[in-house]
Design a protein around this ligand. Sequence first.
Ligand code: PLP
Length: 333
Amino acid sequence: MSPTPFSPSPGEPVLVLLEAGADGARLPRVADPAVPHLRVSDQGVTRGDGLFETALAVADEAGVLRMRKLGAHLGRLASSAAALQLPAPSAAAWEAAVERGLQAFTAANDVAAGDRLSVRLTVTRGPEAAPGALPQPSAWALLSPAPAVEDEERRTGLRVLLLDRGLDSRAPERSPWLLTGAKTLSYAVNMAALRYARAHGADDVVFTSADGYLLEGPTSTVLIVRTGVDGTRRLLTPLRQKGILAGTSQAVIFAAAGAAGWELGYGPLVPADLEGADGVWLVSSVRGVLPVRAVDGVEIPVDHALTLELQAHLDADGDPGAHVAGDPAPTAG
Ligand SMILES: Cc1ncc(COP(=O)(O)O)c(C=O)c1O
């Protein structure tokens, strides 16, 4: 017997389960987010064994919601799944789930231009399978209204602490099981680092490697802008091979800035590269482009015009091209 169709309530998150059909294909079903759907033995819960993506959907002038950077997010989800050897649903199944969720949200709400939803795709290794049984990953999309970005936060900027992640920059290559470049569900360490920063008078964190390279924020990518003596703008981000997640926002911003004539550089970067920069930003899909105003208690310049320019590159939602995939060749910081 198929379950009764569920209609989401206005203003509430929309849950779309990707259920395994008879032929193994994954089919989307809108379900009640207020009731349990996971088994307590699901390895996503018992071991943090799974992966996720967080993306942004924005309503256009006609009030039609569209997920940004769909291809980049689904590409990164597939890379994370490969790193975890997790049989995740196909890109087509995720696209169907997102489409179904956006339709259900639109049917339940008066969507206005500029409205934002965070779209979180999750897949876990599922309940512990009996010996010889096929694994049954659990997969779902959760679409939740996202608050508008506070102009104040974007103008004022973030105070960050540089925190040692405790791994040297060769660890990802030496120990691929650390899964440093995958977006796994094991974010307790990242959340602990954020709590540490907040308990010590800061708003956010930039991780460094044990041998002193700049890495990333717990939920963001680091960008630096420098202007050369000839006025050329140079946009820099830490080298991915040092063990960071390939940011989809960074990729889109790099592609747009490159097309606008900026020079681009993929580190490797060290904390000294933050000094004398025009500005430093933390970027991610839902929070967007946020300037850093202090590093370890030392104030740094905040360039409001540059923040808006980088945010406009992100909002243009262009093709990230080659910046989204693969490991770019190192360039000088
Ligand atoms: C560790 C980490 N780095 C970078 C990012 C930024 O990624 P994106 O721009 O694709 O949202 C995130 C996003 O949550 C993250 O968790």
